[in-house]
Design a protein around this ligand. Sequence first.
Ligand code: PXL
Length: 267
Amino acid sequence: MLKRALTIAGSDASGGAGMQADLKTFQNYDVYGMSALTVLVAMDYQNNWDHQIFPVAIETIKSQISTTLEGLNPDVVKTGMLPSVAIIELVAQQLEIFGKGKKIVIDPVMACKGTAPLFPENTLAILQKLVPLATVLTPNLFEAAQLAKVDPIKTLEDAKKAAIILHSHGAKFVVIKAVPYDDELIAEVVFNGTTFACFTHPKLDSSYNHGAGCTFSASIAAQLAKGKEELQAIADASSYVFSAIAKSEKLNEFTGALVPDRQIFPA
Ligand code: PXL
């Protein structure tokens, strides 16, 4: 039977990140995707690709969550950009009531690559309301340091300390993305409360990677929907995104497209 995944996230007009990345990824795994849109992001191509942010009204978000989470019974829910404390609180409340027993992937989006943090005041709300609901929490280095209230993460040891702190706030699996591992490798660093795992791959400096974070957490969500165990889903998501970046293609002078391989495996 078709497995179902819901993304509660923003729209990236450029098509690479946000719910566009999530729905494309779900499709690529043969998982039925649905969405509750929280914010629209547009980019100014005449002004250095500056990001413009247009939040969706709370009642509109609530109706979409009702349609999907209550009305269509997703196997897994993924969250992405939530552009205000009120929206974070709404999503957390709806997940607590209607998300019971479901796997939940929380991508604590705080900024778009190359831009200033969008919503620094949201950090505490994400930590208190969403992190405790996470089956898998997928911060990047910046988000992990902000949420764990530690200095910028520069080493594997720094990342492990932050992962322990974030796990203590209730996330079952914490994955810190793109941690410097050694001179040639970067790693996804995973902590589940007892053991660490590192999934390494070579650094890929020159490729386009817009939307890599969203695609990574959406890949985990799709695989969880199909019944894969968390650690294996995280490992396979790491390879999936690495390959998609390696094959990425330029779209314009500011951004490129990830090119992932299609994933066909039985549910
Ligand atoms: O990559 C972070 C991100 C998440 N969600 C939306 C975005 C971006 C970055 O552009 O636009 C909607």
